[in-house]
Each structure stands twice: as structure tokens, then as C-alpha cells.
Design a protein around this ligand. Sequence first.
Ligand code: ATP
Length: 475
Amino acid sequence: MNVTAQSVWDNCLSFIEDNITPQAFKTWFEPIKAVKLTDGALSIQVPSKFFYEWLEEHYVNLLKVSLTRELGENAKLVYVIKMENTYGNKKPFTEKIPSANRTSVNSQEVDVPIKSKNPELKNPFVIPGIRNVKIESQLNPSYNFENFLEGDSNRLARSAGMAVANKPGGTSFNPLLIFGGVGLGKTHLAHAIGVNIKDNYPEKTVLYISAEKFTQQYIESVKKNNRNDFIHFYQIIDVLIVDDIQLLSGKAGTQDVFFHIFNHLHQNGKQVILTSDKAPVDMQDIEQRLLSRFKWGLSAELHQPDFETRVSIIRNKLYRDGVEMPEEIVEFLANNIKTNIRELEGAIISLIAHSSFNKKDITIDLAKAIVDNYVKNTKREVSIDYIQKVVSDYFQMDVETLQSKTRKRHIVQARQLAMFFAKKLTKASLASIGTQIGKRDHATVLHACKTVDNLSSTDKQFRKYVEDLGKKLTL
Ligand SMILES: Nc1ncnc2c1ncn2[C@@H]1O[C@H](COP(=O)(O)OP(=O)(O)OP(=O)(O)O)[C@@H](O)[C@H]1O
């Protein structure tokens, strides 16, 4: 019988297929092409260097056994690797394949003898120096657990984050989705988990990436026709942290590729950590199959910090910056900047800067001037969730009541006010506002906005509601 590269490889494949899961076979063996067979050496082409390394890491014995069955003890395997690509990595794939093994510019051939001449190598398929690919984690070490202060507002998310950091992929918090409003610490906590995992498990590959950058990389990979490399790159990560996942909204291609990466990682016990500015249930234009996966693990909300937590955050920042500030001013800041920790930090920095540039002491008057100025100049972003919370608190009802189907007048009015402020203070569409406030349609929201306008010009009491709520929501 005529023995060709293809026939040898086909036989290897049927042996391999019997020994691994269909999913693994599809992912790691179907993309391989048999290239040539010369002097007992089978050349196979793999799509990327990562792919090659993955095979070496996970399937080396299987390859060895299957090839030895076909070509005998002296069989050799030669990998032909297409030019590699870079993803999410400033210094990608810096490991060098020994130049003696490099035979062409557009492809890299790695000659891997089954019987090694080097007796120290336990695994004869492995070439030292190229197995461990360094992927820069893109983590910011200054965002860690030590300086992520705990309070009622973040206790659940912080504890879940610590549990994940202690046992990545080994808890039921997979994925861990951290969600909450602007500037409440989602990015900080996500980094802290990654940083802690790197401390606990230095050998694990951790990658932090924003959903925006992930999308750009994906688009780039499609343009360059190397979508598979893109997928394989992400599939070898042990801990994948994707920030602002809501930004995948409306991007069907990126969602699809993320779905496959997510599934692969999850099935292989790898940890996924996501952040979002809204709960999965409120995410718009994200495919249902992806949303349902986001809900598989734990969704933990970061709420607005309470007064005590705000005070601790200020004190901690002052301590780290080596600045002293009278307690009265610390409390003044904590009382006046409530909804966004980034703004709180910004106000502290401005205060310190004003005092040192103008050589003035930090006084309560200076603090008032900064806070006034700060609040005026800061376009506050409020979420629809926050609006519903403020309106229901104001009318002493809970959010569920505000959203309910009841026609009781005071509840209808509260709901209409929430819709009115959502239209006024957010960029959300009428349809999206309706969905988020009790699953109503856009016509109901439009009607609510008109009603609030009419009533505020005819009903004094109602006008007071609008003014009070307006102040609460924009302060
Ligand atoms: N619990 C906390 N303790 C100390 N600092 C905090 C805490 N929470 C948030 N911060 C600080 O507040 C700032 C804003 O946090 P971060 O950028 O993580 O917010 P975010 O929720 O990701 O915001 P965005 O919605 O804009 O992406 C950061 O400087 C962060 O260090």
C-alpha cells in the first residue's frame, strides 16, 4: 500500500479521536494538515505557535503513541507553524525557537524527534525554552485587595473575588460578574483578583482586557484573516478578565467569538471574570445564549458606598499620599460626594493641589469651593437603576412596587417620574427605559414624560416632587 503523509496522519487521527473528547478533537486536531512524509518524519501544519505549544503541553504523549504505531520507534514529527500574530500583548511570544530549527521566513519548522538525544529531557517531544509562552497579564498592581476598602456596599463582590483568587476555576463563581454604577470600583476589584491570583499561582496565565480592546483585536483578526489564531490565543488563558462586557452590546460577531472562547475556558475549568455597568438582566442587545452564561456563576453588585466606607476610602487615600486633613473636612467630602468613588478621589486631589499651589491650608471653605466647583463641572452620569432607587426611596416604596403593574395613582406617578428622569438624565432610548422600568414599551415612557411636564406646570405639589427629585439625582 502507498504510504503518504495523509494516510499516516489519517490513521493517527482515528487513534487520537478514540482517546479524547469530540470537542477537543474538533478544536485541536481538525485544523491540522498533513504536509509531507520524508525519511520517517511526518510534517504537520498547525495554525499558530500557540497551537503547537498547546499540542506539546497537552497531547504530546498521544501524538507520540499514535505516530509510533504508524512509523515505528524512530518516527519524527515536524511542526510547520504559520506566521504568528499578536493579541493583547505588548511583548508577544518573545520566546525564540532555536535558529537551527527555523527553515523559512513565512513558516517555522520545529523538528521534534521522538527519541531525544538529550537524556535529561523527560519528554522527548519538548524543546526546552519554547513551551512557556509569556503573556503579559496587563494587570495594574496598584489595584489590589489591600487598598480596596471593604464596606456593606461591596462585601459580597469583594468576598467572592477573594474566593476566586484563592481557587481560580475551582469555585461555583464562574464566571464572576461584578456589576455596578460608574466609578464604584469594578475595574479596581477585577484587577485585584487578577493580581492576587498571580501572587497565589505565578504559573497561571492571567489576562486582563477591556471589552473594547477585545472587540478591536477581533475586528483586526478578521481583517487579517486569522480569526482562528485569535480564538486559540484566548483559549489557552487560565484566568480571563474582561472589563465592561456590556460594550459587546450590538456586536454580533464579537459576541459569537466570545461565546466560543467562554465555552472553551469554562469547560476546561478556567476562570472567567467579567465586569459590567449593569446586571445581565438589564443588558441590551446581547445574545440570550451569552446572557444565560453570564448568569451561570455569581453576579455580584457594587453599590454606592455608605458614609463610613466613603470616610475610610478618603482616609486611606490621604494616608497613602502622606497628607493630613481635619476630620471635619473628611466628613464634609464624604457627605457631599456620594455616588462615585472616582469623583471623591478627584475632589481630594483637587483639594490637595489647590492648597499646595496656593500655599493655603486645607480649610472647610476651600473644601466647599472645590466641592461646589467639582460638582458643577462634573457631568454626573446616573443609571436607571439609581433613578428608580432614589424615586422609590423618596416615595417610601420599594423598587418592585414602583415597577409593578398596579394603577394606584401614587405608584403610577412615581413610575412616571422615574421614566421622566431616566429620559432627562441618561442616554438610554425610550424603549430601553421602558424595558428597565417595569417592562413597559416606549409609548408608555413617552406618555409618562408628557404627563410629568403637564403636571409640573399645573400641580404645585407635583412640581415640588420634580424639584426635590431633580436635586437628589443631580447632587
Ligand atoms: N472600595 C474601594 N476602596 C478604595 N478605592 C476604591 C474602592 N472602590 C473604588 N475605588 C477607587 O475608585 C476609583 C474608581 O474605581 P474603578 O475605576 O474601579 O471604577 P469602575 O466601577 O470600574 O468605573 P467605570 O464604571 O467608570 O468603569 C479608582 O481609583 C478606585 O481605586
